[in-house]
Design a protein around this ligand. Structure first.
Ligand code: PRX
Length: 650
């Protein structure tokens, strides 16, 4: 990046070249170096990816780098590895033994430093605990935890024994747990009494208990005591984490599993009401997360890296647990909210531990802008050398603020585009090479053949919008939707034969940079989190008062997108403010607080086509602009939209 300080008057679209100082030390120090390696990675992917994968620990070498029969990929076929060995054992038994793996801070201010040596013991103990409790290779384990090191320990212990973890974000409600339990068939849950958030305990175990009243398949619940919060323990089913590990051996042999052995299932929203279980496997996923950390975050042994995501999302899987640990880096993990006790908390942590690489979401940056510059200004942030952004397009205003107020005008910003399905970052600047323009994720990572196509499958010209696709397989790609190969094929591979469709609209500028426009399907991106409109609609209609619901997104300054819902009541119920509140809370109860509609409107009827399909396009236009200017000839009853329009105008 330019060493010149950004000023508020500077053009929002200025190009920021990496500074000589940063480039001279970076792994990829120039665009020429990027282009050379990119060319090799596209022309000879097997050569490029084999070199990357060889930096991990393999118990048996692979016989073939890629076996590709679209849409089924087998990476490092024939190879055997234990993912945990590359992330933990190799550091614990080498010079990094006493290096901090995780520097953890709880929201109340309690602190722990876990070395690689200690992490190894913790993971081995918990692997033994899982096995003692009957967990076998390929069994699914649901993890519902706060942001504590034990969440990572539980994930790594699953990987160690070949079990498949399914982490569920701690903000999701009991119905979401039920859906995931039923779909994944997990019979063991790892949870905690609760976690600290904004000075209060957010209970977790009671949510699990509620889910288990309706779902009988779970045989064992292992409960971490994080907050000394009172919980009900059901005899014969529930056990305490501390009791279990107290008697467990810290020795455990890491058996090798096939490179394509399932590693985890993570559910994400799609365009239907049912979340999709995204299945990732071992060797390829680890290679992708390892390699992107190495080149995009340019991770070094003396770095202190901090990704502020929750382990419940893909970012937490790939860029808290697997990628950084495979690189043997020291990382910060923080339990609580960014504004606890105030918006200075993150910057206090950066100063306290000398964070060098900081990775967060645009929605958080916008909240910091609103809170005021005095919060970061009160802290010494000079340890930072690299910043990252993920989850949604970063608007140029937020980019420039991040660059100036957090990065001191000196830190490159890597705007990383990827998805739960892609497993690792696919489009991003390389910090020592790529000239950045605020708002673009810039160029594809090594081995990623990204393109933008029109409906007929032709590549669009610079400046034109189209669908973002990936034309070649990559190691950390989704392997299937859990238990539903057909849905996998249909969702990602049916638009153009043999080509992965991301579901995002995008355009390229004349320099080849990718500008992500947003989702093309019925998926909202609220504060960087994916929510299906159909999921929220089905939560609303599960309330006894609701006959029909339609949900659309509208732009929101802070969250990127906000949720706007229209609800038609059954004739037995009448509109009231109390019912509006009840319906919002109902969505919170069914899915979780993140899905609560920002705007909820009662609608006497919903706009429909003659064949009865709800015309969400019109509702979207209405909430975004306040009026309808598009084509309404297919509308069954024009009066419906007129009524809504005048209602919204009030
Ligand atoms: O629309 C894109 C947006 O987030 C979607 C993926 O969401 P999820 O699977 O929850 O993963 C989020 C963390 C990787 C994408 O389809 N998205 C993600 N990163 C960016 C982005 N949009 C623009 N710029 C980004 N850097």
């Amino acid at each position: 990046m330019s060493s010149k300080k950004t000023t508020p008057t500077r053009a929002l679209d200025a190009v920021h070249k990496p500074s000589k100082e940063f480039s001279s030390k970076a792994r990829i120090p120039s665009m020429a170096a990027y282009k050379k390696l990119y060319k090799e990675s596209i022309e000879k992917p097997a050569v490029f990816w084999a070199r990357e994968a060889k930096e991990l620990v393999w118990q048996k070498p692979w016989s073939k780098v890629l076996n590709w029969k679209a849409p089924n990929a087998k990476w490092f076929e024939g190879g055997k590895l234990n993912v945990c060995e590359s992330c933990v054992d190799r550091h614990a038994t080498g010079p990094r033994k006493n290096k901090a793996a995780i520097i953890w801070e709880g929201e109340p201010g309690d602190k722990r430093v876990i070395t690689y040596g200690q992490l190894h013991k913790d993971v081995c103990r918990f692997a033994n605990v899982l096995q003692k409790n009957g967990v076998k290779s390929k069994d699914r384990v649901l993890i519902y935890m706060p942001m504590v090191p034990e969440a990572a320990v539980a994930m790594l212990a699953c990987a160690r024994i070949g079990a498949v973890h399914n982490v569920v974000f701690g903000g999701f409600a009991s119905e979401a747990i039920i859906d995931r339990l039923e779909d994944s068939g997990a019979s063991v849950i790892v949870t905690a009494d609760g976690g600290w958030r904004r000075g209060k305990v957010v209970p977790l175990k009671p949510v699990v208990d509620e889910a288990l009243t309706k779902c009988g398949q779970v045989k064992r619940v292992i409960v971490l005591n994080r907050c000394n919060h009172e919980v009900q323990m059901q005899p014969d089913r529930d056990v305490w984490w501390h009791d279990e590990v107290a008697n467990a051996s810290s020795k455990h042999t890491a058996k090798g599993f096939d490179s394509e052995h399932p590693l985890f299932v993570l559910y994400t929203s799609g365009s239907t009401g049912k979340p999709k279980g995204i299945l990732h496997t071992s060797g390829g996923y680890l290679t992708g997360t390892y390699s992107t950390c190495k080149y995009i975050f340019d991770m070094r042994d003396d770095d202190v890296y901090w990704c502020t995501a929750d382990v419940g999302w893909i970012t937490g899987h790939s860029y808290i647990v697997y990628g950084p640990l495979a690189n043997g880096v020291t990382q910060v993990m923080y339990e609580g909210a960014p504004n606890a006790p105030d918006f200075g908390r993150f910057w206090k942590i950066v100063e306290e531990y000398g964070v060098t690489i900081f990775y967060t979401a645009p929605t958080a940056i916008r909240a910091f802008i609103k809170a005021g510059n005095h919060f970061p200004a009160a802290h010494d942030l000079s340890s930072l050398r690299l910043l990252g952004s993920v989850g949604e397009p970063i608007n140029p205003e937020a980019w420039n603020w991040y660059h100036e107020h957090i990065g001191g005008g000196r830190c490159p910003i890597v705007d990383t585009w990827w998805q739960t399905e892609t497993g690792s970052i696919l489009i991003s600047p390389l910090p020592g090479a790529t000239p950045c323009k605020p708002g673009t994720a810039t160029l594809p990572f090594f081995g990623i053949d990204a393109a933008i196509l029109d409906d007929a499958g032709n590549e669009v010209k610079a400046g034109q919008d189209g669908r973002l696709v990936i034309r070649k397989p990559w190691p950390s790609m989704i392997r299937s939707i859990y238990g539903d190969k057909e849905r996998y094929k249909k969702t990602y591979w049916s638009d153009y034969p043999g080509i992965y469709t991301a579901g995002d609209g995008a355009r390229r500028d004349k320099d080849g940079n990718f500008w992500i426009i947003g989702r093309l399907d019925d998926v909202l991106n609220v504060s960087g989190h994916r929510l299906g409109t159909a999921e929220i609609e089905s939560a609303l209609v599960s309330h006894p008062a609701v006959a029909e619901a339609a949900v659309v997104g509208r732009p929101d300054e802070m969250k990127g997108q906000a949720v706007a819902a229209f609800v038609t009541l059954k004739s037995t119920h009448t509109e009231s403010d109390a019912l509006l509140i009840e319906l919002r809370n109902h969505v919170g109860k069914v899915i979780g607080a993140i899905a609560k509609p920002d705007d909820l409107h009662f609608a006497p009827a919903l706009p429909k086509t003659r064949s009865g399909k709800i015309m969400r396009r019109l509702l979207k236009e209405l909430v975004c602009t306040g009026k309808i200017s598009g084509n309404i000839t297919t509308l069954e009853d024009v009066k419906v939209i007129e009524a809504l329009q005048s209602k919204l105008a009030k």
